[in-house]
Design a protein around this ligand. Structure first.
Ligand SMILES: NC(=O)c1ccc[n+]([C@@H]2O[C@H](COP(=O)([O-])OP(=O)(O)OC[C@H]3O[C@@H](n4cnc5c(N)ncnc54)[C@H](OP(=O)(O)O)[C@@H]3O)[C@@H](O)[C@H]2O)c1
Length: 295
C-alpha cells in the first residue's frame, strides 16, 4: 500500500497556506520557520504560561495557522521538578502553555498544531509501533516529568477538540533537518550507540509538509505522526557516519547499560501508516532519510 503513495516532496512549494504563527524558536520551531519563511516568536518576548499575553498574541495574528513548537524539553533536568506537581515549570509550559494556545485558537478561530513526542507514552514493546489513535495515559510515574507533561499536554488538546477546535496533535521523534538536529549530534558526538532500542526519527522538512497538507485538507481533531521507519540508533548512526566518511568505530551498546537521570523508552517507535493514508503521502524510510540528510 505504502509504495503507491506519493513520496513527500522536499524543497517544493508547500500548499498555499498564507501567514503562519510559530511559537518557539528552538530546534523544531527554527527548522519549521525556515521552511515556512517566518520568524518564530519565543520566550521571553512571549510567555505562553501567561494566558493574557497568549490570547493577545493569537488575537492579533492575521493568519489562521498557529503552531506550538515551544516547550520545556530537557528530559534529565525535568526530573528536578518531580515533586513539584502543578508548580513545576515543565507542567506550566508543556501543559498550561498548550492549553492557553488551544483555548485562544478556539476563541479566535485559528487552526492549531500542537507538537508532541513519542515520550508522551510509557515503555513500548519490541517490534510494536504506537498508533496515531493511541492516547497516552496521563498518570504514569515511570515516564518522568518531561514525558508526563507531554501526555498531559495532549490531554489538553483532546479537551480543545471536544469543543470543536480546529487542528491536530502532531507527534514527532528525534527530529533532524538537513545539516542540523538530532542526527548530526548522533554521528558527531557519540561513538557508542544502542543496538537494541527502536526509534522512528522525524525529518523536519517532512513535518512542515505534513502541517501544510493537514491544514489545506482541513484535517481536524486527530493525532498524526510525522516519522519515518523503525531503526536502532546504532544502525542509523553507523550508516550516517559511513555515508559522511567519518572515521572511527561506532560501538554497539545495550540499552540497559546506559544510565540516565530520567526515564527514556527503549521501544518508542511510532507508526506513520494512518497519517500516510490520510494525507496520501509517503514518508522516507530510514535509509532515504540518511541519503537526504547527508546529500
Ligand atoms: N527535540 C526533540 O528531540 C523532540 C522530540 C519529540 C518532540 N519534541 C517536541 O517538539 C517541540 C519543540 O522541541 P524543541 O526540541 O524545538 O525544544 P527546544 O529546542 O528546547 O525549544 C523550545 C523553545 O520553546 C521556548 N519556550 C520555553 N518556554 C516558553 C514559554 N513559556 N513561552 C514561549 N516559549 C517558550 C524555549 O525558549 P527558551 O530557550 O528561552 O527556554 C525554546 O526556544 C516540543 O513540544 C517537544 O516536546 C522534540
Amino acid at each position: 500500500m505504502a509504495e503507491q503513495l506519493k513520496p513527500i516532496e522536499i524543497g517544493s512549494v508547500y500548499p498555499p497556506i498564507g501567514a503562519v504563527l510559530i511559537i518557539g524558536n528552538g530546534l523544531v520551531g527554527s527548522c519549521l520557520a525556515k521552511d515556512f519563511g517566518v520568524t518564530p516568536v519565543d520566550y521571553p518576548q512571549v510567555d505562553i504560561v501567561n494566558p493574557i499575553v497568549t490570547w493577545d498574541l493569537v488575537k492579533s495574528f492575521p493568519g489562521e495557522l498557529v503552531i506550538n513548537a515551544a516547550g520545556k524539553t530537557k528530559v534529565d533536568e525535568a526530573e528536578r521538578e518531580k515533586d513539584m506537581g502543578r508548580d513545576g515549570s515543565y507542567y506550566r509550559v508543556n501543559v498550561l502553555g498548550n492549553r492557553h494556545l488551544a483555548q485562544a485558537c478556539l476563541e479566535f478561530k485559528k487552526y492549531f498544531v500542537s507538537i508532541s513526542s513519542e515520550m508522551a507514552f510509557g515503555e513500548g514493546e519490541k517490534g510494536q509501533l504506537r498508533l496515531e489513535s493511541e492516547v497516552p495515559e496521563v498518570h504514569i510515574a515511570e515516564r518522568g516529568v518531561y514525558g508526563g507533561t507531554k501526555a498531559w499536554g495532549e490531554f489538553e488538546i483532546l479537551t480543545y477538540f471536544a469543543k470543536e477546535g480546529r487542528g491536530i496533535n502532531l507527534r514527532i521523534s528525534h527530529p533532524s533537518k538537513r545539516s542540523e538536529g538530532w542526527f548530526f549530534n548522533l554521528i558527531k558526538k557519540y561513538s557508542k550507540l544502542h543496538d537494541d532500542s527502536e526509534i522512528t526519527p522525524t525529518l523536519t522538512e517532512e513535518l512542515s509538509h505534513v502541517i501544510a497538507q493537514a491544514y489545506v485538507l482541513g484535517i481536524s481533531r486527530r493525532t498524526l505522526h510525522a516519522v519515518g521507519t523503525v531503526v536502532t540508533p546504532y544502525e542509523f548512526g553507523t550508516a550516517g557516519r559511513k555515508r559522511l566518511g567519518i572515521t572511527g568505530e561506532t560501538e554497539p551498546i545495550h540499552f540497559e547499560n546506559v544510565k540516565s537521570k530520567a526515564y527514556r523508552p527503549q521501544f518508542g517507535a511510532l507508526s506513520n501508516e494512518y497519517t500516510q493514508k490520510l494525507l496520501g503521502l509517503r514518508f522516507r524510510d530510514s535509509q532515504e532519510q540518511i541519503d537526504y540528510l547527508t546529500s
